[in-house]
Design a protein around this ligand. Structure first.
Ligand SMILES: *Cc1c(COP(=O)(O)O)cnc(C)c1O
Length: 314
């Protein structure tokens, strides 16, 4: 039988005031919702998005839960961890030509018992089509399927819980988070209809961004200047910033999502001005597991990984 107790033991995550100072500049202050602390392994927004998806798992109906993701995906890692805790079999379809057993995210998912299947980039591009899904369902029957990134209506239910927590913890003029599939910001904006939002793009997907812009109009400002070359890309400057930000604030961040978000708030003049005159809440959506995979490709991240590992934040 599955075990869902860990979802009941969830505690509200803290909101922390932080101050960051660039050399020769005034300090910048804002609040950070430490949703990375919701769980060590089922991190941040992936907890919010997976929770109600997993709670609907009925062992009389399904033999396991399946999903899609990239080889370094936080969503894959989170589902693997949640499946192990809930005692539910998990299956991850990974966008790759072969499963790289030295990739830290793959190693972690396997250690949590997730079965991994490589699917080619061409096949992966078809993953949202009905034909492709029917085929997979025939090949792998009786699975509960969760979309890539976990974004669906049940994800919005978990994000509404995050929104309720935020309302109980303080009053903020502006809320900000990173944008990947856009599910997190959409869920929060739906649940907090009287708040202004700033979304910092971590993925250069114009269809996602223009859809959000159209849907939310004036309530949403989208920042796209801090992609650092695109999804999953980083450079020494961003890596160094993440380390410096951690040294100053003790808030651990990584370059794929939260590092780009914090970089924007500490470097973009218009955002610095906003933060000096408004109460801004920045959502830390977690994702620190991604640092291990990224360090494997970018050795300039090793100092950050080392300090976070020694202080057991990763
Ligand atoms: C997945 C992820 C995001 C992106 O969330 P979306 O709902 O896809 O926009 C942001 N931050 C972190 C740390 C993530 O792991």
């Amino acid at each position: 039988m599955p075990n869902f107790n860990f979802f009941d033991n969830e505690q509200p995550t803290p909101i922390q005031e932080i101050r960051y100072q660039k050399r020769h500049n005034l300090p910048i202050s804002f609040s950070v919702k430490r949703d990375d602390l919701v769980d060590k392994l089922i991190s941040g927004n992936k907890w919010r998005k997976l929770k109600h998806n997993i709670l609907q798992f009925n062992p009389n109906q399904y033999v396991g839960i399946a999903t899609f993701g990239g080889a370094y995906s936080n969503h894959i890692a989170a589902l693997a961890a949640a499946g192990a805790k809930a005692k539910i079999n998990t299956l991850g379809f990974i966008r790759t030509h072969h499963i790289d057993l030295s990739n830290p995210t793959i190693q972690f998912a396997r250690s949590k018992g997730m079965k991994l299947v490589a699917i080619s980039r061409q096949d992966y591009a078809q993953r949202r089509t009905a034909e492709f899904q029917l085929n997979l369902q025939k090949q792998y029957p009786n699975l509960l399927w969760i979309p890539e990134g976990g974004t669906n209506n049940l994800a919005f239910k978990g994000l509404a819980e995050l929104a309720t927590q935020i309302n109980q913890q303080g009053s903020f003029d502006i809320i900000s988070c990173a944008i990947g599939t856009g599910g997190t910001i959409r869920g929060l904006m739906q649940a907090l209809p009287d708040k202004q939002f700033v979304g910092v793009a971590a993925v250069k997907d114009d269809s996602i961004l223009s859809k959000l812009a159209k849907e939310f109009g004036q309530r949403l400002t989208i920042v796209t200047n801090y992609l650092f070359g695109g999804y999953g890309k980083t450079n020494d400057n961003l890596n160094q910033f993440c380390l410096d930000f951690y040294h100053q604030t003790k808030v651990p961040i990584e370059p794929i999502y939260t590092g780009k978000l914090m970089y924007a708030w500490t470097h973009e003049k218009s955002l610095i001005d906003i933060a000096s005159t408004n109460s801004v809440l920045i959502i830390h959506t977690g994702g620190l597991q991604g640092l291990k995979g990224l360090s494997y490709r970018h050795p300039s991240l090793l100092p950050l990984l080392k300090v976070l590992t020694s202080e057991s934040d990763v």
